[in-house]
Ligand binder design. Structure first.
Ligand SMILES: NC(=O)c1ccc[n+]([C@@H]2O[C@H](COP(=O)([O-])OP(=O)(O)OC[C@H]3O[C@@H](n4cnc5c(N)ncnc54)[C@H](O)[C@@H]3O)[C@@H](O)[C@H]2O)c1
Length: 410
């Protein structure tokens, strides 16, 4: 039973808006009353989706500033582009609207301070709709970490490795923004799918924080090959290294390795690894090892000497006992796109809008996670030199106010 339907709008009606909408139209707790894009073609396509679902058409705008004058609008989803969503989010907060921005890295530290100051000065929330934070395995591991099963955390890994050279090559002709970021920038351009769940597991901005990062990029070959293969074009320079590796050092002594690679042909992976003094989750091994639960037996080597052999347990063998409370209910009634995590992320955002509580991924999380992109560009340009993270909380990470008492809190 939904407490209250939130009236919301969407700014930016591209491919991501379509998948978000496909999920939103299956949900009772939100009504999209306004949409905005400066492309009429995109507006027409999105309005057609409402028609197809037999839903009333929202009001359509080509200028979001006009949309922000609508007093009934409480929340805005902003799936525009990496170079525009922060500015739009700032305008939304200044107009008193709660805002959910899509994922992607920042171009400068300055725009992130502007985002933080807009939220602090208006008291309005800005949530990053980082859906990987609500994935079943990430949430289960978070739950297990909070119960102490991994011991003290030491090291994490994550990544965004996804062969999309074809999409980026076709995007050269269709003016896809992401293609041009890969042409002109060299750093971890898409860190948040990986860093989001890790940051929550490590309590970043709540008792811990990112201190420094250092990034290295390989040579760039994949996009030249993809451009030739898919659109028959040669000689377009792409700056982005095929694999960019970033190491982040945290105040509590943990290290995180992030990997970004989108130009070489390969299946998708986020490469997650969470490792503590008592256990490890390794996505690529599809396994978890926990001291005292998993098998660790003494075996004898060929020379007759004993050694300990640690064995992986399959991740799904932990679901029954350790699924996060969100997934204990949700696993039997999954809804919408990306295996159900889009609906969970949207619900988490709407719950805080409705209750006027802090969002589970707040403006300090947005700033810290998105800063990885511009800081990694600086580090790559400096030959891998460590660069410091700003403390966007201005010292409050040491003793933050408690999280809202909510199932959605991370
Ligand atoms: N969370 C996820 O799983 C996921 C998946 C895909 C994409 N994304 C993110 O979603 C965002 C959008 O991706 P996309 O593929 O839909 O991009 P897109 O380029 O297809 O769509 C962006 C749309 O925003 C519009 N737009 C840009 N600036 C605007 C402005 N000032 N006012 C009105 N409209 C404006 C553009 O005209 C375009 O139609 C990106 O940040 C991307 O990283 C997230």
């Amino acid at each position: 039973m939904v407490e209250r339907i939130v009236k919301a709008g969407i700014i930016g009606l591209g491919a991501r808006a379509e998948t978000l909408l496909a999920t939103i139209l299956e949900m009772d707790e939100v009504q999209i009353t306004s949409v905005c894009d400066f492309s009429q073609e995109r507006i027409d396509k999105i309005l057609g989706i409402f028609d197809k679902h037999g839903r009333p058409r929202p009001t359509a705008y080509s200028d979001y500033h006009q949309m922000l004058e609508d007093k009934e609008l409480e929340a805005l989803f902003v799936p525009t582009s990496w170079n525009s969503h922060l500015r739009i989010a700032i305008d939304c907060m200044n107009a008193g609207k709660n805002v959910g921005i899509e994922v992607g890295g920042a171009a400068s530290i300055d725009e992130l301070w502007q985002l933080v100051h807009a939220s602090e000065s208006t008291g309005v929330s800005c949530m990053m709709l980082e859906n990987t934070c609500y994935c079943r395995d990430e949430l289960m591991v978070l739950n297990m970490v909070r119960q102490g099963l991994f011991g003290e955390l030491i090291y994490c890994e994550g990544g965004y490795e996804h062969g999309i050279g074809d999409e980026l090559a076709y995007g050269y002709n269709s003016k896809l923004e992401r293609t041009f970021h890969n042409m002109h920038r060299n750093g971890d351009l898409y860190p948040t799918h990986a860093i989001g769940p890790i940051a929550k597991i490590l309590d970043i901005n709540r008792g811990n924080r990112f201190l420094t990062l250092s990034s290295h990029a390989t040579k760039s070959r994949g996009m030249a090959l993809a451009m030739k293969k898919y659109i028959g074009k040669e000689g377009v320079p792409f700056l982005e290294g095929d694999v960019v590796t970033t190491i982040i050092h945290c105040a509590n002594g943990e290290n995180i390795t992030l990997t970004h690679g989108v130009s070489l042909p390969r299946p998708y992976s986020r490469n997650q690894r969470i490792q503590g003094t008592k256990g490890i989750w390794l996505h690529n091994a599809k396994g978890i090892y926990i001291d005292g639960i998993s098998v660790c037996k003494e075996v004898i080597d060929i020379a007759g000497n004993p050694y300990l052999s640690y064995e992986w347990d399959p991740v799904d063998s932990f679901y029954e006992k350790y699924d996060h409370p969100i997934w204990q209910e949700y696993r039997n009634n999954i809804l919408g796109g990306h295996g159900g995590v889009d609906a969970l992320t949207i619900r988490a955002f709407l719950d805080s809008v409705r209750k006027k509580t802090a969002t589970p991924i707040d403006v300090y999380d947005c700033a810290a996670w998105m800063s990885v992109t511009c800081l990694s560009e600086q580090s790559v340009a400096l030959g891998g030199m460590p660069v410091p993270f700003p403390d966007f909380t201005n010292g409050r990470w040491i003793n933050r106010e408690p999280k809202p008492d909510s199932i959605w809190a991370l």
